[in-house]
Design a protein around this ligand. Structure first.
Ligand SMILES: O=C(CO)[C@H](O)[C@H](O)COP(=O)(O)O
Length: 225
């Protein structure tokens, strides 16, 4: 990973944490960009910020705990004030592909409960059309073959994500099918079609969920509202 990309991620994270206020419930994203948010919030908590956080993965929970960031159970809240998460691709309309790190299901649930979902990214994540990054689709193992056929019937090519010669398992013990639909002309329509498939528990198209995208670019940030 280039130093420039890391700097852009860090700048975006530093800008995003300015939205976190005293006593808020905060969703914590997953991935190498969201990591910078955890580092910043760790410093802010040390300096007296009182927040309660909801992690989107076990990995994020572990990282947050290592920075003494207080965590709470998502089932104890009815809303989340602000969530800061990364993305694999985004457009200027704030449509996203997420799930490269395999946390898409929890990330989508957290985003759905969130009043202000802030996405942070380095400049390489901005695209005119989604779909160069293969779309992660989380599926219950029982439905793997069925969902793979449904992806083909939608003109996609799905590949089961592997880890050490075994299927990659999500935090929910599901599989991921990384799916190539080419450049996606209408993400909303594809999302609706995928939502109809039984056994498919989440796909990485996040549409209408992000309130803002903060992109690090060079030594500054650009915000998409
Ligand atoms: O959706 C995600 C994890 O499920 C991540 O936000 C996405 O993969 C971006 O990760 P990174 O910041 O490491 O590039």
């Amino acid at each position: 990973m280039s130093d420039q990309k890391e700097l852009e991620k860090e700048l975006a994270a530093k800008e995003a944490v300015k939205s976190v206020k005293q006593s808020q419930i905060v969703g914590l994203g997953t991935g190498s960009t969201a990591k910078y948010v955890i580092i910043e919030l760790g410093k802010m908590v040390k300096d007296g910020l009182k927040i309660q956080c909801i992690p989107t993965s076990t990995k994020t929970a572990e990282l947050a705990t290592s920075y003494n960031i207080p965590l709470i159970d998502i089932n104890t809240v009815n809303h989340i004030d602000v969530t800061i998460d990364g993305a694999d691709e985004f457009t200027k309309e704030k449509m996203l592909i997420k799930g490269g790190g395999g946390a898409l299901l929890r990330e989508k649930i957290v985003a759905s409960l969130t009043k202000e979902e802030i996405i942070i990214a380095d400049a390489s994540k901005k695209v005119d059309k989604l779909g160069k990054f293969t779309l992660p689709i989380e599926v219950i193992p029982f439905a793997l073959n069925y969902v793979q056929h449904q992806i083909v019937s939608l003109q996609g090519k799905g590949k089961l994500r592997m880890n050490n010669n075994k299927p990659f398992l999500t935090d929910q013990q599901n599989y991921i099918i990384d799916s190539d639909f080419g450049l996606i002309d209408n993400p909303r329509v594809l999302a609706e079609k995928l939502n109809q498939i039984e056994g498919l528990v989440a796909h990485g198209l996040f549409i209408g969920l992000a309130a803002r995208v903060i992109m690090g670019v060079g030594d500054s940030v650009q915000v998409f509202n």
